[in-house]
Design a protein around this ligand. Sequence first.
Ligand SMILES: Nc1ncnc2c1ncn2[C@@H]1O[C@H](COP(=O)(O)OP(=O)(O)O)[C@@H](O)[C@H]1O
Ligand SMILES: [Mg+2]
Length: 269
Amino acid sequence: MFETFYNFTNTPFSRSIPSKNLYTGDYDELIERLKYTAQKQLFAIVLGDSGCGKTTTLRRFVDETQHDNFFSLYLSDSKLTPRTFYKNLLEQLGFEAKYFRNDAKRQLHKEIEIMKGLNGTRPVAIVDEAHLLSKEMLEEIRFLLNFKMDSQSPMALILSGQTDLWDRLKLQSYAAIRQRIDIQCIVARLDRSKTNEYISAQLAFAGAGREIFTEAAIDEIFKFSGGIPRQINKACTESLIFGAQNRKNILDDRMVKMIVEQELIGGQS
Ligand SMILES: Nc1ncnc2c1ncn2[C@@H]1O[C@H](COP(=O)(O)OP(=O)(O)O)[C@@H](O)[C@H]1O
Ligand SMILES: [Mg+2]
């Protein structure tokens, strides 16, 4: 497709960019906070609008910490129930979960204590898409943190979700969970200059060796995307497809505007 026309060696603006090639920017600070959470076995919450880079940053965190004695357990399931929660965590540790929820919970705690005692491995449970979790599930997470009468939590816990997760946690009925949050991380949208950096990083990863979008084209991309990486990706990919078909080495604001208006805004339901 467009890769050949632009002499790319990798596909930019895609979901599958290796962790080491991701755009760093402010995400580095988020990674540091997550590493601190893992080291001190704390409870962190990651909040941000859809498409801002939460899941991608969690993936990078898992990749970067897997050789450091951390054991990350990643869950992303909107229909998670306490039973499937323990079952899933135990399976990731290599155990078959006991049938009853309370048995499975005790089993998880026991296995984690053994794992920590044997080789000092520090477990990190990551629950993505947490804004979709039921009240019952969120409360179960509270019990998980309560283990050992509050002296020390058995594992680090990272809850990641869209901003409305915070609106829910602000409710009185969630006060017990909210009060236990040690670290709060906000994944913000990119501003205009970071959008520029993000696009340059993607093109560098692709092996472009030169700029393809004009400054005014980036203004249009920023306007359309609101600085949300997933939307930037859409605008850039569509523009590159159009550019390759029409043999345009440079993509300007006029082209981007037309594509955004005809293909993206018009095409969104
Ligand atoms: N640091 C980054 N470097 C490169 N691409 C990124 C980065 N963060 C996000 N993206 C891109 O944006 C898309 C949306 O990010 P994602 O992590 O799925 O958002 P969220 O989980 O917040 O909804 C990803 O598929 C990826 O292509
Ligand atoms: Mg996500």
